[in-house]
Write a protein that binds this ligand. Structure first.
Ligand code: NAP
Length: 298
């Protein structure tokens, strides 16, 4: 069989996978680009139980049987020892969500960072730098924009790396202060810029974040009555609010911020953009963004 004409096999591993929107996104992208193929789910339990299955699955990418593989919880870090190379984003963030062969090297990328950054720029048009690379000259006075991240897990690491690459100053509030400091230290930020959790009104004395990002699951369905932003803390005037949570489409955090007159968005666009980037890496096709949006937000 001519490999170039074989249907493209793409997929997602992790556990659980039942609620993932990735099959909808990539199936729509394949159709919109006129590519024959399939995006399959490969559930693999957490390590150590899933170790052998994960290695076999990754081997299917190395052999070319699978053109590309997305990786989600709990394997974004467990795949690292199985790969030959990491992109700068994956290396800095310490987690991979997209695997592919580049030449003869099995390569891991983290498209969450670019997905976050692309969507923040789309939503708020506030980025001082045109893209992730090259970074702006951080020594130029007045060039620094300020971001406050809530949470210090994988999503926060991707967002922090993207913001730092673009020359922003990043502060983190998380319930584990040590995890927040480690995030900043490991990703190239200032490990002193850790704020207490939950935020106190005084935490914002003397500075105003340009962007506030929720990178906790607070507010995610079915716990949609929760918010990472304490009611006793007034929203800073002029701040843009970005909630990585996208289910529900309007979280309580975003609803309250909008009611206070702020621009605020949930993270469906980040999900679309991280998929768009992965699809482009695997297929070389320009991502069909209209089809991707229609697939998840008809
Ligand atoms: P994660 O790695 O588990 O990190 C979650 C962070 O939130 C950790 O700092 C965690 O603290 C904190 N946290 C969890 N529950 C909390 C609570 N009840 N109160 C205070 N802090 C709490 O998760 P993640 O992968 O970063 O994902 C976070 C959210 O972003 C999820 O809702 C996820 O669906 C969403 N997300 C969206 C996209 C997108 O494309 N839009 C991409 C990535 C993630 P501990 O470490 O102490 O538990």
């Amino acid at each position: 069989m001519n490999a170039a004409r074989s249907p493209l096999l793409l997929g997602l591993t992790g556990s659980p996978l039942g609620h993932s929107l990735s099959p909808r996104l990539h199936t729509a992208a394949l159709a919109a680009c006129g590519l024959a193929g399939e995006y399959a789910l490969f559930p693999v339990p957490p390590l150590p139980e899933g170790a052998a299955d994960l290695a076999v699955l990754i081997g299917r990418v190395r052999s070319g049987e699978l053109r590309g593989l997305n990786v989600t919880i709990p394997h974004k870090r467990s795949v690292l020892p199985l790969l030959d190379a990491l992109t700068p984003a994956a290396e800095a963030i310490g987690a991979v969500n997209t695997i592919y062969m580049e030449g003869n090297r099995l390569t891991g990328e983290n498209t969450d960072a670019a997905g976050f950054w692309m969507d923040v720029k789309r939503c708020f048009d506030l980025a001082p730098a045109p893209g992730l690379v090259p970074p702006v000259d951080r020594s130029v006075p007045g060039e620094r924009w300020l971001a406050l991240l809530l949470g210090a897990g994988g999503g926060a690491r991707a967002a922090a790396w993207a913001l730092l690459q673009a020359g922003w100053e990043v502060r983190v509030s998380a319930r584990q202060a040590g995890q927040a400091a480690a995030l900043l230290r490991e990703i190239g930020g200032d490990a002193e810029q850790v704020l207490a959790w939950p935020l106190e009104p005084a935490a914002l004395d003397g500075w105003t974040p340009d962007l506030i990002v929720n990178a906790t699951p607070l507010g995610m369905s079915p716990h949609s009555d929760a918010s990472p932003w304490p009611e006793r803390v007034p929203f800073p005037a002029g701040a843009c609010i970005y909630d990585l949570v996208y289910n529900p489409r309007e979280t309580l955090f975003v609803r309250r911020a909008r009611a206070a007159g702020l621009r605020a968005e949930t993270g469906l666009g980040m999900l679309v953009e991280q998929a768009a980037r992965a699809f482009e890496i695997w297929t070389g096709c320009p991502p069909p963004r209209g089809a991707l949006w229609t697939a998840v937000d008809p």
